[in-house]
Design a protein around this ligand. Structure first.
Ligand code: GLA
Length: 425
């Protein structure tokens, strides 16, 4: 990385953003292709009749959950342009970019102060080429560039926040070529969450640059009830921890706790508006391979943003294979945009289901227990004709599991999943 500076300064301008993006209605209640078409027709009618208030300038972004990488989970405050360029390069060389990972996001600690005009200043020691050059270098790799700020006076790591500088910061980000803003909720005493996020949302839209707005108030004020149309995704839980089922007194939580908190939020997700169960811990060392696969499977079934958080240049082939499992990613990125839900609860054994645009169902057989166990899904539980035949495809074995009638059963490892796609015949 000794030639990073030269690479940055020689970068071409960012490619044009926003091509192919289109407005879309809220579709979370839709579960068949026919209904999807009817809903779209309905939206056009509503708009023609003066219902334009349902449309927002930022619509069209994140029609499927955003995918990318963020520095926080693995590197915390230890961010630099060298780190970001290394991650961007590894996204390409690992073929994660080809699998859909797009946004390279710098989390907290890139900023140090405001200058005499109030403009936010990036740490000159860690980002000597400046954010505009870094964004251009990320764009030159065919990726998009994300950044982090906070609705309060200071970020969670006590760097300058955006309160009372929303418009100025949004303009700065647009000028740098930012495509994604994660906006945190520390040091916001006395502020109303909806007002604060709406203020930055408007400021971003006013720049005219399509910038995905990632709301991060940890589910504190139930953003699923107010954030649709404000941002494209909102954190629904406290910070994820790199562990299966640990908990932290300040609100951090392991993977299974987050899965449980997400269970009832499925009605609020849809194209352009997703619940965010936080970034991935896959490959950070605290989970077994089995648990890493379960983590990835659930984030896909929950239509969660897939934002990797590991050391990409150092990742093992096993971790890369999990993060690039295209059959599982296809579940996450399904055009219907529905979040999956629990359809059977047998204590340590559960069945979860996500309806997909082609009428098939993604299903997770989930074993929370410490012994391997057989788990079955019945067609009745997933809305298929109870006595019908269906094709079953195993999304981790990458193999067809045959035609089943009425139900499908498989043995599931402890803390593991069997994830299948079931298509009625
Ligand atoms: C909060 C967020 C985290 C991370 C840190 C940075 O805890 O929830 O995801 O952005 O702040 O300080």
């Amino acid at each position: 990385m000794s030639n990073d500076m030269g690479t940055l300064r020689g970068s071409p301008n960012p490619p044009a953003m926003g091509s192919g993006e289109q407005s879309s209605p809220s579709l979370h209640a839709i579960n068949t292709p026919l209904m999807l078409v009817l809903a779209r027709v309905g939206l056009v009618f509503a708009l023609l009749c003066g219902g334009a208030s349902v449309a927002h300038a930022g619509d069209g972004l994140a029609q499927t959950p955003p995918m990318g990488w963020n520095s926080w989970n693995r590197f915390g405050c230890n961010v630099s342009e060298k780190l970001i360029l290394g991650a961007a390069g590894a996204l390409v060389s690992s073929r994660m970019k080809a699998a859909g990972y797009t946004y390279v996001v710098i989390d907290d600690c890139w900023q140090t102060k405001r200058d005499e005009r109030g403009t936010i200043v990036a740490d000159p020691a860690r980002f000597p080429s400046g954010m505009k050059a870094l964004a251009a270098a990320v764009h030159a790799k065919g990726l998009k560039f994300g950044i982090y700020s906070d609705a309060g006076t200071m970020t969670c790591a006590k760097r300058p926040g955006s309160k009372d500088h929303e418009s100025q910061d949004a303009k700065t980000y647009a000028e740098w070529g930012v495509d994604y803003l994660k906006y945190d909720w520390c040091n916001t005493e006395g502020q109303d969450s909806r007002d604060a996020y709406m203020k930055m949302s408007r400021a971003l839209r006013a720049t005219g640059r399509p910038i995905v707005f990632s709301i991060c108030e940890w589910g504190a004020t139930k953003p699923w009830t107010w954030a649709q149309g404000v941002g494209q995704l909102w954190r629904a839980t406290g910070d994820i921890q790199d562990c299966w089922d640990c908990g932290k007194s300040w609100g951090g939580m392991g993977v299974v706790h987050i899965i449980d908190l997400m269970a009832d939020l499925y009605p609020f997700a849809g194209p352009g508006h997703f619940n965010d169960p936080d970034m991935l811990e896959i490959g950070n060392g605290g989970l077994t391979l089995e648990e890493n696969r379960s983590h990835f499977s659930f984030w896909a079934l929950l239509a969660a943003p897939l934002i990797a958080g590991n050391d990409l240049p150092a990742m093992t082939p096993e971790i890369r294979d999990i993060l690039t499992n295209r059959e599982v990613i296809a579940v996450d990125q399904d055009a219907l945009g529905m979040q999956g839900r629990k359809v059977f609860d047998g204590g340590a054994q559960e069945v979860w289901m996500k309806p997909l645009a082609d009428g098939s169902r993604a299903v997770i057989l989930f074993n929370r227990g410490t012994e391997a166990a057989p788990i079955a899904v019945s067609w009745e539980d997933i809305g298929l004709f109870p006595g019908g035949k269906a094709r079953v495809r195993d999304l981790w074995k990458h193999a067809d599991a045959g035609i089943a009638t009425g139900r499908y059963e498989a043995k599931v490892a402890p803390h593991g999943v069997v994830m299948v796609r079931i298509t009625a015949q």
